[in-house]
Design a protein around this ligand. Sequence first.
Ligand code: 13P
Ligand code: SF4
Length: 335
Amino acid sequence: MEKALNEELERLTALGLHRRCAEGDLGRVAGLTLEINRLKKERNAVVCAHVYQTPDIILGIGDLAGDSYKLADDCRRTAADSIIFCGVHFMAETAKILNPAKKVYVPSGNAGCSLSEAVTGDDVRRLKAEHPGLPVVTYINTSAEVKAESDCIVTSANAEKILRRMYEKHDRVIFIPDRFMGANLAKVLGRTPGKDIILWNGTCIVHEHFSPDLIKLYKRKYPGLVALAHAECPSDLIAAVDFMGGTGDMMRYVESTNAAAYLLVTECGFGELAKLKFPAKNFIAMCRLCPYMKSITLESVLALLRDPAPEEVTVPPAIAARARRSIEKMFELAA
Ligand code: 13P
Ligand code: SF4
């Protein structure tokens, strides 16, 4: 056992995780990752980790990692018997819809999302009645029932592309539920909110609070600083940054450029991972924690593996079948 623990400590150190642990804490982390990885193998389970999770989860126990789009795509293909989703509930629901034969679990009862909670199936039915014939383009951060009422799902990685495709056939579209992302995309596409893009009033409680004044301050303080922000941020903030995108786009931007420093305006997990992936680059995190994402810990993953039943994610088959159509439409249009 001691030999296995030492090897695990070495593995985590090689991944750079010792740099984010308090002194002595890597031993506790190694004990947990060792046991989780053993149980995972025994149960033929995979751990999916969104980039807002902590690096001990992403690097220590993650088999599949990335943004919402990549994780949805990966979950369609996995051969494992079960998927442990270290992300938020709508992501796990999407995995279940796409791969219904698998058992899907979220290791937290608190992994919601303010965007997902901002709109219901009834809201979408009412919107459709108010705007008959308009296609409903829905951000993936929504419940299965809302997806079932939608024509096409998008993620931050493909929303612009899919909206462009929609406008080839329609003059007006409904985009729900993120009003900031909707307004940011409308600006890129030269569309007018309320006129040719109907928005909903949802916001992300993490991204809605960033201030453009701070961006200007940091830019004065650090010459050569490049600021990147998630598309869920308000439009006045987006106007002050150099790049807007989803987490996958932001990571690729950092990887492929060589700025003096990067200001990462998003959830803190993203910056933590970027620092470990690109140790030679300079990062300034203007970040906030997502309480939903951060409700998952190594301890909660281990508890789930020992007693999975209470955290199983289920979707009623009739809803799943309709939601699947709108998610498959995304894969078709994003390809
Ligand atoms: P991404 O698809 O860009 O990873 O975003 C997911 C999310 O919840 C952002 O807040
Ligand atoms: Fe939802 Fe915002 Fe958390 Fe993403 S960061 S899961 S959009 S609350």
